[in-house]
Design a protein around this ligand. Structure first.
Ligand SMILES: Nc1ncnc2c1ncn2[C@@H]1O[C@H](COP(=O)(O)O)[C@@H](OP(=O)(O)O)[C@H]1O
Ligand SMILES: [Mg+2]
Length: 317
């Protein structure tokens, strides 16, 4: 597993550098809109190209299930975006860029990678939080997870981003992006009688803020709300900077099913830091139903001590 980890960390580091460069000089034309009306940027594509190329060089036999594909980039109308990606990958030919992005068109199987090249694209566009999320899944469960969080200060240092990783059964660790010593992380110790710090999406459309508000009311003044984009929320909870992360289905999209790349890496990291991850009914996540968590609805992520209480409150009818 160590070889997988080394390559995964290098790939995410490399992608994070490009994402930081793009975010620093981002303009509106650097993104396009997908069929589901969600945005995708130059950085999403460049990040996927870099990570897929690196993984396939090292592990040619393992499929990669990535969020993006190059179909839209192959259309003339998006030539500008393709050219811009080339500016950030100067040694790459156009075909190399397109083909590397499409290395992420693999299918979920017994052993596969899943990649979100930029999780929280809307946060990225706001120059806010985002994560590069990579996980290795074996027999339907994440066994390795890496989160690159370029805008999440490492140890309070605003100029250093955060990298987090976990291997199943071996704990969760953090180190600064750009290199440094890895330190083990543990979730908080807070119980239902303490202050409870709740994480939620910034984007109201990705969650149910009003249901979450009603649940928080149960804790009165002790409930604090913190909003972050992306799987940065899992990283924040894993290092004990928050206690609960709720992702409750938005009433306007009751049939929404979560994507595996939005949760595989983060869920493993929180579990290895001592926390608990289930859906809103307390059911463990099942990653063996294709690209979506078809057997689960919503998410409840806690430090473990708060889990039962939150599930009870959510399901008391
Ligand atoms: N209706 C919905 N409910 C829950 N998640 C949604 C959603 N619509 C989009 N998303 C997902 O929410 C992710 C961002 O999460 P967050 O709200 O925590 O920042 C998006 O990932 P991408 O940004 O990779 O597309 C997208 O996959
Ligand atoms: Mg995502």
């Amino acid at each position: 597993m160590k070889t997988y980890l080394t390559i995964a960390l290098q790939a995410v580091e490399q992608a994070a550098k490009i994402c930081q460069q793009v975010q620093a000089q981002l303009v509106e034309e650097d993104s396009l809109t997908k069929k589901d009306r969600s945005p995708v940027t130059v950085a999403d594509f460049a990040s996927q190209a870099i990570i897929c190329k690196r993984l396939k060089e090292a592990f040619p036999e393992i499929d990669i299930v990535g969020e993006e594909d190059a179909q839209s980039l192959r259309q003339d109308e998006n030539r500008e975006v393709l050219n811009k990606i080339g500016q950030f990958l100067p040694d790459w030919s156009v075909d190399q860029i397109l083909d590397s992005i499409d290395l992420g068109n693999g299918e979920p199987g017994a052993l596969f990678w899943t990649l979100d090249p930029i999780d929280g694209t809307k946060g990225f566009l706001r120059k806010d939080q985002y994560a590069i999320a990579l996980a290795l899944l074996k027999d339907g469960q994440p066994v390795l997870g890496v989160l690159g969080c370029p805008n999440l200060p490492f140890n309070g240092q605003a100029d250093r981003g955060t990298l987090m990783y976990a291997i199943k059964g071996e704990g969760a660790f953090t180190l600064p992006l750009g290199g440094g010593e890895a330190k083990q992380v543990h979730v908080s110790d807070n119980d239902p009688e303490d202050v409870v710090r709740f994480l939620e999406s910034v984007e109201a459309g990705h969650a149910n803020h009003s249901l979450q508000g009603r649940l928080m009311a149960h804790f009165g003044d002790r409930a604090k709300a913190v909003r972050f984009d992306s799987q940065v929320k899992y990283a924040v909870l894993a290092r004990a900077d928050a206690d609960v992360y709720l992702r409750l289905p938005n009433s306007e999209k009751p049939d929404y099913r979560e994507k595996i790349w939005d949760h595989a890496a983060g869920a493993l990291i929180v579990q290895e830091a001592g926390g608990t991850v289930t859906d809103m009914f307390g059911k463990p996540l099942e990653f063996n139903h294709g690209k979506k968590l078809m057997a689960n609805r919503g998410l409840v992520v806690t430090n473990g001590k708060l889990h039962q209480k939150i599930i009870e409150l959510l399901n008391r009818g």
